[in-house]
Ligand binder design. Structure first.
Ligand SMILES: C[S@@+](CC[C@H](N)C(=O)[O-])C[C@H]1O[C@@H](n2cnc3c(N)ncnc32)[C@H](O)[C@@H]1O
Length: 292
């Protein structure tokens, strides 16, 4: 509610509706009390009365009634468990244009219970496939991400490791799935800002690069400059293309690509056309790279 209110105040968006779903009666009573106590502090946000029900029941209902007409929506699915969020439902959510999913994947607990006969049906439902059988802990996480990409057709996913006790043990992953590049862009920037302090452990560079099949950048800007010079040799591209390559193929973000291009321009190694009125690089600024 706080973040939504600030977004409206700053005119990032015109309207935000918050919907809270909680199945447990005690937690629901607490949720309701907090929402009712706090909502007047966030006057711009529309807060619907919290719903005491199963997530899957409520969301299936919304999808059935509203379907593709649903306003752009961010589904934060944070069950702290692994029941009640069937993969088929996540797939239905992602089939709605402009809907995104941010899912708490209970890495430690899923691994603990994977050999329990009572959990077989639950796991089939959670993963939307029987392929989880016989898999190691990290393979289960990778399978879930693969399902998001291949089965639910999410164009971009990004995940973030959450640890306990000074990063000794991974508790869960927050996995984000979106169909729009900007969804990935903003999520990656937020996640980069959070790590590596405290509970929010950003993936170590090696693991991160391996899992996202990216290049390892030892010293951000210099290696990014060389990467661009090779990647775009002999081409003229819009800066937005450079941004996309940065987000999809490197562990870095806009502040790095912007600085790398500025340095290359200062040294006369690239030419820029169509800069902003104050000389800044814009998304449609064209950058010409020399051939190798
Ligand atoms: C980690 S808490 C949510 C915290 C909240 N996202 C926040 O940031 O403050 C998890 C809650 O989800 C509820 N829950 C778990 N599975 C659910 C389901 N399938 N449907 C509805 N609520 C569920 C649990 O009862 C629990 O209160």
């Amino acid at each position: 509610m706080d973040v939504a209110n600030r977004c409206i105040e700053r005119k990032v968006v015109e309207e935000v509706v918050c919907v809270f779903i909680e199945r447990d009666p005690v937690n629901f009573a607490n949720l309701k009390e907090v929402v009712e106590r706090e909502e007047h502090n966030y006057p711009y946000v529309e807060v619907l009365p919290p719903i005491n029900d199963e997530f899957a029941t409520v969301v299936s209902d919304i999808i059935e009634k509203v379907g593709a007409r649903l306003a752009p929506s961010f589904f934060f699915i944070d069950p702290f468990g692994f029941t009640g969020v069937p993969f088929s439902l996540v797939k239905d959510i992602l089939s709605i244009p402009r809907a995104e999913v941010f899912f708490t994947f209970m890495y430690r607990d899923i691994n603990r219970f994977k050999n329990s006969p009572n959990c077989e049906a639950l796991f089939d439902e959670l993963f939307g496939t029987g392929e989880w059988r016989g898999k190691q802990q990290h393979e289960l996480r990778d399978l879930y991400i693969r399902q998001l990409r291949e089965e639910a057709g999410a164009c971009f996913t990004w995940d973030f490791r959450m640890c306990q006790d000074e990063k000794v043990q991974t508790l869960y992953y927050l996995i984000h799935a979106t169909n729009h590049f900007k969804g990935l862009k903003y999520m990656k920037e937020v996640m980069c800002r959070q790590g590596p302090e405290g509970l929010f452990a950003f993936l170590g560079p090696d693991e991160f690069v391996r899992r996202h099949q990216m290049k390892l950048f030892s010293n951000d800007i210099p290696s990014l400059r060389n990467f661009f010079l090779t990647r775009f040799a002999g081409q003229t591209v819009k800066y937005e293309q450079i941004q996309e390559v940065t987000y999809l193929e490197t562990p870095l973000i806009d502040k790095h690509s912007n600085e790398a291009i500025k340095q290359l321009e200062t040294e006369g190694r690239v030419t820029l056309n169509g800069k902003g009125p104050r000389g800044g690089i814009k998304e449609n600024t064209r950058v010409t790279f020399p051939s190798n």
